[in-house]
Design a protein around this ligand. Structure first.
Ligand SMILES: NCc1[nH]cc(CCC(=O)O)c1CC(=O)O
Ligand SMILES: [Mg+2]
Length: 330
């Protein structure tokens, strides 16, 4: 059957039939807000490379959490920006029971027990060298010693009440090791969101400014553990391993340049599949909008809908609060 019997434009003519045939609709419940946490009180430090994003002290974080709850955003992903004074070669502050993440988690859980909390598990905010793991004398990130540190970090977060630990480090075998440690400690409900297919991307630049690891990393890079940009079969192998090691949800990161990977992952495994619209994606959209070159609301909602179309079950995005407000017409 062809033209004129088939006129694709017939269904597009009116808003009601466009609505009826729409395959994917973005909801506030698809979104995970991302926040950077700092010490202090009443502190909001603007991140210059991410206009509109601030690092928040715990009391300010509580206000953001309240807004997430009001808007129906199910979860908040926490990233610590602990400051230079606690950074060490061995990152030991990461598992201090009274460290920043642990205090933030307890405060949030006390006030908003139903808001899901996702804790980043990686050493980069806590190391003097800015790598996600512990390094040997050549600067190579050592796999097993790093896993031992990540286990301690995960247990500290779980103990504080974190709902999801989210290892973003890309060490081999860490999901299984963390799962076993959580089970042995009785944390049978703590979920693991595995950053399984995490690429060595230049789109993380503004994030490294935000958590204060950029200066420490210097000219270093993360190519010996994060994935090569040219690969997607490898992403499927990474995801499969993490599923077998006990991940509850898997992640593809970055987002917009990796929609093909997202689709392959969702099709291959049918796992809860999350995607991260990272800091550089935020900065790109924001900068163009601030120049008047793009319509911010339109492009942000379009980009988030595209993640759903590509197979994402949930989206970590710095735009979560804005997007949820726009979806309600606020
Ligand atoms: N463990 C580090 C980490 N966790 C999340 C991001 C990036 C997030 C973003 O760019 O928004 C990074 C940066 C990196 O791998 O260097
Ligand atoms: Mg892996």
């Amino acid at each position: 059957m062809s033209f004129p019997a088939v006129r694709m434009r017939r269904m597009r003519r009116d808003a009601f039939s466009r609505a009826l045939m729409r395959e994917h609709t973005l909801l506030a419940t698809d979104l995970i807000m991302v926040a950077f946490v700092i010490e202090g009180e009443s502190q909001r430090e603007a991140v210059p490379s991410m206009p509109g994003v601030s690092r928040l002290s715990i009391d300010e974080l509580l206000k953001l959490a309240g807004e997430c709850v009001r808007l129906g955003i199910p979860a908040l992903a926490l990233f610590p920006s602990p400051g230079a004074s606690v950074k060490t070669e061995d990152a030991r502050e990461a598992w201090n029971p009274d460290g920043l993440m642990q205090r933030a988690t307890r405060a949030l859980k006390a006030t908003y027990p139903d808001l899901g909390l996702i804790g980043d598990v990686a050493l980069d905010p806590y190391t003097t060298h800015g790598q996600d793991g512990l390094i040997d004398e050549h600067g190579y990130v050592m796999n097993e010693p790093t896993i031992e540190a990540l286990i301690k970090m995960s247990l500290a977060q779980a103990e504080a009440g974190m709902d999801f630990v989210a290892p973003s480090d890309m060490m081999d075998g860490r999901i299984g090791a963390i799962r076993e440690a959580l089970e042995n400690a009785g944390h049978i409900h703590t979920r693991i969101l595995a950053y399984s297919a995490k690429y060595a991307s230049a789109f993380y630049g503004p994030f490294r400014d935000a958590v204060g690891s950029a200066g420490n990393l210097g000219k270093g890079n993360k190519h010996t553990y994060q994935m090569d940009v040219g690969n997607s079969d490898e992403a499927l192998r990474e995801i499969e391993l993490d599923i077998h090691e006990g991940a509850d949800a898997v992640m593809v990161k970055p987002g917009m340049p990796y929609l093909d990977v997202l689709r392959r992952v969702k099709d291959a495994f049918g796992m809860p599949t999350f995607v991260y619209q990272v800091s550089g994606e935020y900065a790109m959209l924001k900068a163009a909008a601030q120049n008047g070159w793009l319509d911010e609301k339109a492009v942000v909602l379009e980009s988030l809908t595209a993640f759903k179309r590509a197979g994402a079950d949930a989206i970590l995005t710095y735009f979560a609060v804005d997007a949820a407000r726009w979806l309600r017409g606020e």
